[in-house]
Design a protein around this ligand. Sequence first.
Ligand code: ATP
Ligand code: MG
Length: 183
Amino acid sequence: MQFVRLRLQGFKSFVDATEAPIAPGLTGVVGPNGCGKSNLLEAVRWVMGESSAKAMRGAGMDDVIFAGSASRPARAFAEVALTLDNSARRAPPGFNDSDTLEVVRRIAREAGSVYRVNGREARARDVRMLFADAATGAHSPALVRQGRISELVNAKPVNRRAILEEAAGVSGLHQRRHEAELK
Ligand code: ATP
Ligand code: MG
């Protein structure tokens, strides 16, 4: 599933509503130090269901909310929306009734995250499954965060296998098996 558009509001340094098209072939983001390149990539991972605040370079998940600056007050919430092209109808059952999917994650201070898919409230696990089936996700090797290349070079074989499984698109199956075993 092709990503089409990313919309952010109150997420980290993106205090004002910001919209970025994601054109086919987009492979990187360039800009001066501190302009928000890593924040942009973190927004993509976050909306796909990242649950680790550390992976967002924060102490708690509320740290993704714009914390204020000399001239701007802090925000009460952060929201990221990712639009996907679903014209090939590859989304899992329940999400497959339209040509585009808009996945939204919103967090309010001390209130946790809420997810919506095309306006309907969704569970975090459903959102993660949606992206896992599309062979992507918060931990997808397609998103190369800062420092990742040197980590990959030094990875243990078992960790490299996880990366290959993501690439092969079987992560969703593993997640379902894991949940079945817990039941
Ligand atoms: P580099 O080229 O150094 O890797 P970058 O473009 O990746 O830089 P980011 O790390 O994305 O930059 O952005 C860093 C900026 O985001 C810092 O100025 C930091 O203060 C700001 N920032 C991060 N979290 C928040 C927050 N919750 N509220 C306000 N600003 C934030
Ligand atoms: Mg960076």
